[in-house]
Design a protein around this ligand. Structure first.
Ligand SMILES: [Zn+2]
Ligand SMILES: [Zn+2]
Ligand SMILES: [Zn+2]
Ligand SMILES: [Zn+2]
Length: 650
């Protein structure tokens, strides 16, 4: 995934301020051969950058009056029996209601009464319990009794007025009665479906997240890549690892839990900001003691940034400054002396996908980037560094008190951010969630954020990819979608592929975003797009890969005779029967396949795998049936993941 950083205008304005001559002079300091530390250090010394690129953090203050207004909207919808609308407004009313601070157990630190000073719109906690109480009314109507009871308890916990408590006590009794009867088990608003996570059958001894069927190799032109060392069948799981870092898109911050990324319809708020939601008390405490606590004060600026900036921010802040400082120094000293094949491996020779070392050693393509791009990426790192300083939660001492960092520390962190933005532009993925669309019930993977993980990033691109890489919840997974012979490269796809994008478009996207010229088969042989692909298959010669004539069973190129089965090759008739039968079975299954199927039947997956495998062995490529089967398999494999089903209308 590569895209612009969304800061082009800011960078343009900064350079324009210098004028043509001075700005070209400045840009000379940004070249692929230069060190990231020197480039970032230069940027940090640009006085104008400190005024021009200091990111503004719009206030994200909670407000009692705004919460009351939203609760009023909720009440109107509730009276009209528009329950989904009422729930939406009560959720917002809870998010924006001033909230007492919580301790690490989730208990209120101060009682709702503000101790010293005057009560203002921002620290008056009265709206919060009222929001919970009203939401409990919607949940009661929706027969979500368990959730209703939780909200009633929260209303009491946060100081629901005594004069109104009777109503809530009655509702609580109503819940208990309903739960005892059959009526108490109605449709849930959100139903979570979990599938067994994919497992690596036989892990590689030095790359534990990679299958032993695959190894890492090095090419002078394409760098590190993955290659099969055993025959791999379509459907075989090749990588399973926890994603190293992930983030939500800005538009999903209030629909998905900030800790576990699950869709939530009955969210809990952050006590300080109104930007994010949590699905449960456990996730909220995890966020408040970890990632979110660092981001909370700056999220109005950070959350709106491009994910290619947020992921590096999250990579850096995963480790405390003291640890990061020494690791960076160590890696930088090692990097020059090490063979590219050893990069990312620890002292024991293991490529640990949970280590900062592995993520640090992913390619950045620095050398291929032009001055202006490097300057822009450096500007992104500059803005993130400014935000880190602004948050006052990263540069801290042992007792978590903010400190004034040394220039050296600022440059070290800033240049690491610079490094990771380049890396993310080349290695980032979209974070997908399987959603069941309300209208026709068909499953669909929707992009809700971004992620990166180290082992998956070792696969290079082909316009006819051999594997899919995707996330299944918090796991990064790679699965083969074709037969991969020993010695053959294990390739993934950075774009949609030859079937849907023509050669010149692919070349343009790959050069602009990934900085290389593709040499895959579809590109070098000029394969047509999907609609122009041949429907009929031809069998190929196992010696020279040219087609075998159906009329005389001889290879059209080398003349090899395929009239009879031999110890080294099947006869034309045998191959033809195998391929023909696999195609027939697949096409029949495909005809009857209901596109609303969420979890496909095992036999349907097998029929798809079979036709791909047989055609990979015996047929000439490209071919329409094969391409169709491959993209169908991608859909089936992607849908094998946890999902949430939302009650219709919500
Ligand atoms: Zn959660
Ligand atoms: Zn917050
Ligand atoms: Zn290509
Ligand atoms: Zn031949």
């Amino acid at each position: 995934m590569a895209e612009s950083l969304g800061i082009d205008t800011k960078v343009h304005n900064l350079l324009a301020g210098y004028g043509g001559e001075k700005s070209s002079e400045i840009l000379k300091n940004y070249q692929g051969k230069f060190d990231v530390v020197d480039m970032f250090s230069h940027f940090w010394s640009l006085e104008e950058a400190h005024s021009c690129l200091d990111p503004e953090v719009p206030p994200s203050r909670k407000s009692k009056s705004e919460s009351e207004r939203l609760r009023g909207e909720g009440n109107k919808a509730f009276q009209k029996k528009n329950l989904s609308e009422a729930l939406k407004h009560y959720n917002l009313s809870i998010l924006v209601a001033p909230h007492p601070p919580l301790d690490c157990e989730g208990e209120i630190i101060n009682s709702p009464a503000v101790e010293n000073g005057e009560v203002t719109d921002e620290n008056n906690y009265e709206a919060l319990p009222l929001g919970y109480a009203n939401r409990s009314a919607v949940l009661f109507e929706l027969k979500q009794y368990e959730e209703c009871l939780k909200d009633i308890e929260r209303a009491f916990q946060y100081g629901y007025p005594e004069s109104l408590q009777n109503k809530l006590v009655k509702r609580r009794e109503g819940c208990t009665t309903a739960m005892e009867s059959l009526e108490g088990r109605p449709d849930r608003l959100v139903t979570y479906h979990a599938v067994t996570p994919p497992i690596l059958a036989s892990p590689n001894s030095t790359l534990p997240a990679l299958s032993s069927s695959v190894k890492m190799a090095l090419s002078p032109t394409a760098g590190r890549y993955l290659v099969a060392q055993k025959e791999i069948l379509p459907g075989e799981v090749l990588v399973v690892e926890e994603v190293y870092s992930r983030c939500l898109y800005h538009q999903n911050l209030q629909t998905h839990c900030n800790s576990c990324f699950t869709r939530c319809l009955i969210p809990l708020p952050c006590p300080s900001c109104k930007m994010v939601v949590f699905c449960s008390q456990v996730c909220r405490m995890k966020g408040l003691s970890g990632q979110h606590s660092l981001e909370c004060p700056i999220l109005p600026a950070l959350g709106a940034m491009n994910t290619c900036l947020i992921i590096p921010f999250r990579i850096i802040t995963k480790l405390p400054i003291s640890t990061l400082r020494s690791l960076l120094a160590q890696f930088r000293s090692e990097k020059d002396g090490k063979s590219p094949l050893a990069l990312g491996f620890n002292e024991k020779g293991i490529y640990d996908p949970t280590s900062y070392r592995a993520i640090y050693c992913l390619v950045t393509n620095k050398e291929k980037r032009d001055s202006r791009t490097l300057f822009t990426i450096c500007a992104g790192a500059f803005m993130l560094t400014k935000l880190l300083l602004r948050s006052q939660r990263y540069f801290v001492d042992d007792s978590q008190k903010p400190i004034e960092p040394s220039r050296e520390d600022v440059i070290a962190i800033g240049s690491a951010l610079f490094h990771h933005i380049m890396s993310d532009l080349s290695n980032g993925h979209h974070y997908g969630e399987l959603q069941i669309s309300g209208s026709d019930g068909s499953p669909d993977i929707k992009k809700i954020g971004a992620w990166v993980s180290p082992t998956l990033s070792l696969a290079n691109h082909s316009c006819d990819q051999a594997v899919i890489t995707c996330n299944k919840g918090s796991l990064g997974v790679m699965v083969a979608i074709q037969l991969i012979k020993p010695g053959q490269e294990v390739t993934t796809g950075y774009l949609r592929g030859y079937g849907s994008q023509n050669l010149s478009l692919r070349k343009e996207i790959l050069m602009n975003n990934y900085l290389f010229s593709c040499t895959c088969r579809p590109c070098t042989e000029g394969w047509p797009t999907f609609n122009q692909l041949p429907d009929n298959y031809q069998l190929k010669c196992c010696e020279c890969s040219h087609f075998i004539n159906r009329s005389d069973n001889k290879c059209s190129e080398c003349g090899l005779d395929y009239s009879m089965d031999s110890p080294t090759a099947f006869s034309f008739t045998t191959m033809d029967q195998e391929v023909g039968l696999a195609i027939l079975t697949f096409l029949r299954m495909r005809r009857d396949f209901n596109m609303n199927t969420i979890v496909a039947k095992q036999e349907d997956i097998i029929a798809t795998i079979k036709v791909i495998e047989k055609m990979d062995r015996y047929a000439i490529m490209p071919n329409k049936i094969y391409a169709n089967a491959k993209s169908f398999l991608v859909g089936l494999l992607r849908n094998q993941t946890d999902y949430v089903q939302i009650k219709r209308g919500f």
